[in-house]
Design a protein around this ligand. Structure first.
Ligand SMILES: Nc1nc2c(c(=O)[nH]1)N[C@H]1C(S)=C(S)[C@@H](COP(=O)(O)OP(=O)(O)OC[C@H]3O[C@@H](n4cnc5c(=O)[nH]c(N)nc54)[C@H](O)[C@@H]3O)O[C@H]1N2
Ligand SMILES: Nc1nc2c(c(=O)[nH]1)N[C@H]1C(S)=C(S)[C@@H](COP(=O)(O)OP(=O)(O)OC[C@H]3O[C@@H](n4cnc5c(=O)[nH]c(N)nc54)[C@H](O)[C@@H]3O)O[C@H]1N2
Ligand SMILES: [Mo]
Length: 750
């Protein structure tokens, strides 16, 4: 037997966790779970096939119509010409230079939203931002698709940056376990989503905690359109999508009419209840927000609502709200109302009581760890001050120079001539992709760094092949995780792929800013620099961290940063002493009525929480579009990543849509049937799964299938974003409204 290439196995880290990678010669051949992970994710099963997939971008490529005639309208249909690196870099640098000279840096959009990959140094978004800053700046974006709306509204309510609240202050799982008697989960606490956490998650704990909650006898109530949004064994209240605010108002109404409101709490810790109460009780508009009123809107019986309200008022209750609730039109309202409801219950600041956000959305929420800083690749400063709300990119491209409102400000959209994207996939993440495809033809030039021929890469003029994390050295570390990884380079770059850092250093060189961008460092010198800054900060906190050489040899270590003693309780210091630890709101208290928001004069987000139905939901359903589409995150991968290899699996595409038997039967649809999902914005194929696990009149099609060729008029793979609505949550939040969409479904003749 001939000697084959040697095999070796090392651990690496990713957004979905740590795993072992087995390499033979230049190829990844297998992956295995990380031994210390109690509940490892299966996402890496597909990794070897994806990394070596024929849909890798292997050479710098320029779209033919753009190369030959600077044509803008072939994006998505044109062929590409592969060029040597130097030639492609020369062309890209000359074009960037032309745009900034002729139109100024305000004509460059570099928001470049997206999750890219884990790894502290090769973080594509930081890389592109630093590069663009070095050459004079770019139009940036604010917030995320995940929580953009909450990031705008919640500081008005609690006076704290929403991400800080989430990651540094919320009750830990241990606190919840020890104290919560009733866990009321709006939108669930989703087992499939907690597989993932930004920057890494090593011990997947959520499932284990839910087993312990069950053993303790905690009541766990999932309020949402799908049973599977919470771990098995939870009660299920099958609410209509987008109606949670009505349900919360009705619970509040029961508290108020049954004398269960905690008046002392409202008096001491909140402001504005007197302005809100007339609306709640119907004195202001003639409509009491009673359980009977809510039943007609949310499809939950008035008896269930009353019983829930009484249970919540008489037990230690934690209300949790999934991020999905604010990813829809008027997403500000359930978020604000959840805070008001928790305030009326009077348990905010008590362990295991009050309200919390995004448990389960990513696996790191609920871990109580000592915070550590460092290892962030500095981005320099951006001389351009224009920032758009992240999900308004379609509007920005369609309406240059036109005014838009955002959180109290009114500004014109910039006139974008060049888009640079690295580490994100707007043809995955944006709503109404057919409309984006039209708007995307406007800029002069689109440049994308990508490892794979995604739908976005195919719609670029210049595509630079980027390495994946397995093709370069990095450090893995997340503030929501207690492990530290050396991520070794496992295989050589696939094809001619280069690191984003190298691509930007070479572009900066051509634009006269190499020194500013690199500060004379190679990638490994940067890693050493960032690591030593991190180690110095850790030393100052008395946290023992190995040297970089030691970490290289060890591959990974568990850091001694588990918080000691009882785990965290949100707003405990404020509850203890609201005078000396006031909130950062104008009143120093929880704002049930906000003068600031009222002062904006927005009818789509007035001065206190209100029931505002979205433009599309079951309340507006008609014969043409009778079903509400929810488009959750995919359970088998992260967004659109690794999709090329998943799509190769037998029967995997088009994607699976969940539909209730009451909706499937009259349409003659059975499990495994091919269906057409459609509305006025677009259509896609999907594969039906007929199930009682979803509420009637609601269908669920996960995100992540790659957007196909729009000339077919039907997306072949099942991308829900051909159906979703591209509209801001309101003038206040301007977040993504992915969960706002009505559709119809029919069986396809095959
Ligand atoms: N309908 C609907 N739409 C949604 C949502 C929804 O719930 N419903 N959710 C939204 C949410 S919350 C989010 S966060 C977004 C996610 O949207 P994105 O974050 O844009 O999606 P990803 O597929 O993670 O895109 C990351 C891209 O970076 C590439 N990449 C990976 N590593 C590197 C690297 O080192 N360098 C470079 N240059 N590229 C790299 C990957 O191949 C991939 O194409 O989607 C949003 N869209
Ligand atoms: N495996 C995996 N995990 C992931 C990701 C991934 O791509 N793959 N992405 C990560 C990212 S970037 C994010 S932001 C988080 C997102 O975390 P979430 O925002 O919590 O997740 P979603 O999957 O969008 O939605 C969860 C569920 O909310 C329900 N829902 C939708 N609309 C409503 C509503 O109006 N009311 C109620 N009560 N329920 C509603 C739907 O049934 C849906 O299944 O997930 C993260 N985790
Ligand atoms: Mo997200």
């Amino acid at each position: 037997m001939a000697n084959g290439p040697t095999r070796s196995t090392k651990v690496t880290s990713s957004h979905w966790g740590a795993f072992e990678v087995e390499v033979e010669g230049d190829r990844i051949v297998a992956t295995y779970p990380f031994a210390a992970d109690p509940n490892p994710s299966h996402i890496p099963d597909i990794l070897a096939a994806a990394v070596h997939h024929p849909r890798r971008v292997t050479r710098p490529s320029v779209r033919r119509g753009w190369l030959e005639k600077r044509e803008r309208n072939g994006r998505g249909s044109d062929s590409f010409v592969a060029l040597p690196w130097d030639e492609a870099l020369d062309i890209a640098a000359a074009e960037i230079d032309r745009i900034r000279r002729d139109h100024g840096n305000e004509a460059i959009f570099g928001g470049s939203y997206g999750w890219g990959s884990a790894g502290r140094f090769h973080h594509a978004q930081s890389q592109v931002h630093r590069f663009l800053n070095s050459i004079g700046g770019y139009v940036a974006s604010f917030g995320s698709y995940s929580t953009g709306c909450a990031q705008s509204i919640m500081p008005h309510v609690f006076g704290i940056n929403f991400l800080e609240l989430l990651y540094e202050h919320q009750d830990g799982w241990q606190t919840i376990h020890d104290h919560t008697e009733t866990l009321v989960m709006f939108g669930g606490i989703n087992p499939k989503n907690s597989q993932v956490s930004m920057g890494g998650i090593t011990e997947h704990e959520t499932a284990g905690w839910f087993e312990r909650f069950a053993t303790k006898g905690m009541r766990r109530i999932n309020i949402g359109p799908q049973r599977g949004d919470a771990p098995e064994g939870c009660e299920w209240v099958a609410v209509r999508p987008a109606s949670d605010t009505a349900l919360m108002l009705a619970i509040a109404y029961v508290l108020e009419s049954d004398g269960l409101t905690d008046r002392a709490f409202l008096d001491r810790y909140t402001t504005g209840f007197a302005r809100f109460r007339p609306y709640l009780m119907g004195d202001a508009d003639g409509q009491p927000k009673s359980p009977e009123w809510a039943e007609a809107l949310c499809g939950v019986s008035s008896e269930t609502i009353r019983a829930l309200a009484r249970r919540m008022a008489t037990t230690r209750t934690l209300i949790t709200v999934a991020w999905s609730l604010q990813r829809g039109e008027h997403g500000e309202q359930p978020y604000w109302m959840s805070a008001v409801l928790a305030a009326m219950l009077g348990q905010i600041g008590l362990p295991g009581g009050g309200v919390g956000y995004g448990y389960g959305a990513i696996g790191g929420v609920g871990k109580s760890l000592i915070g550590m800083r460092g290892m962030t690749f500095p981005q320099l400063t951006n001389p351009v001050k224009k920032v758009i709300p992240v999900a308004r990119i379609g509007d920005m491209l369609r309406h240059p120079g036109e005014d838009y409102d955002f959180n109290g400000k009114r500004e014109p959209y910039p006139d974008i001539r060049l888009i640079y994207w690295a580490g994100g996939n707007p043809y995955h993440h944006h709503q109404d992709l057919n409309a984006l495809h039209e708007a995307w033809q406007r800029p002069d030039t689109v440049i994308v760094n990508e490892p794979w021929w995604t739908a976005t890469a195919k719609r670029a003029d210049i595509v630079f092949p980027a390495t994946t994390p397995y093709e370069r050295e990095d450090i893995g570390r997340s503030n929501l995780d207690d492990y530290l990884f050396h991520m070794p380079q496992l295989i050589p770059p696939v094809g001619e792929a280069r690191d984003d850092y190298e691509i930007f250093a070479d572009l900066a060189g051509r634009l006269g800013t190499r020194e500013t961008f690199t500060e004379g460092r190679s990638a490994s010198a940067w890693i050493a620099q960032l690591y030593s800054e991190f180690k110095n900060l850790a030393d100052a906190q008395d946290i023992n961290v190995p040297s970089l050489e030691e970490l290289r040899a060890l591959n990974w270590v568990r850091l001694p940063i588990q918080a000691e003693g009882p785990s965290r309780t949100l707003f405990a210091p404020f509850r203890d002493d609201p005078e000396s630890a006031p909130l950062g709101t104008p009143s120093g208290r929880i704002e049930i009525f906000s003068e600031t928001i009222a002062g904006f004069g927005y009818d789509d987000c007035p001065g206190h929480p209100v029931w505002l139905p979205p433009s599309e939901w079951l309340g507006t359903a008609d014969m043409a579009t009778p079903l509400h589409l929810v488009s959750p995150q995919p359970g088998d991968k992260l967004h659109s990543q690794l999709e090329c290899a998943l799509a190769d699996r037998e029967g995997a595409r088009p994607a699976t849509i969940l539909i209730h038997p009451d909706d499937a039967d009259p349409r003659g649809i059975r499990t495994h049937d091919l269906v057409r999902v459609f509305n006025a914005r677009g259509a896609c194929r999907a594969r039906a799964l007929v199930t009682h696990e979803i509420r009637p009149n609601v269908v669920a099609l996960p995100t992540g299938a790659w957007y196909g060729d729009p000339s077919d008029n039907i997306d072949p793979h099942g991308n829900p974003n051909v159906l979703t609505k591209d509209v801001g949550t309101s003038r206040l939040g301007q977040g993504c409204s992915a969960h706002t969409a009505l559709v119809n479904v029919i069986r396809m003749n095959v």
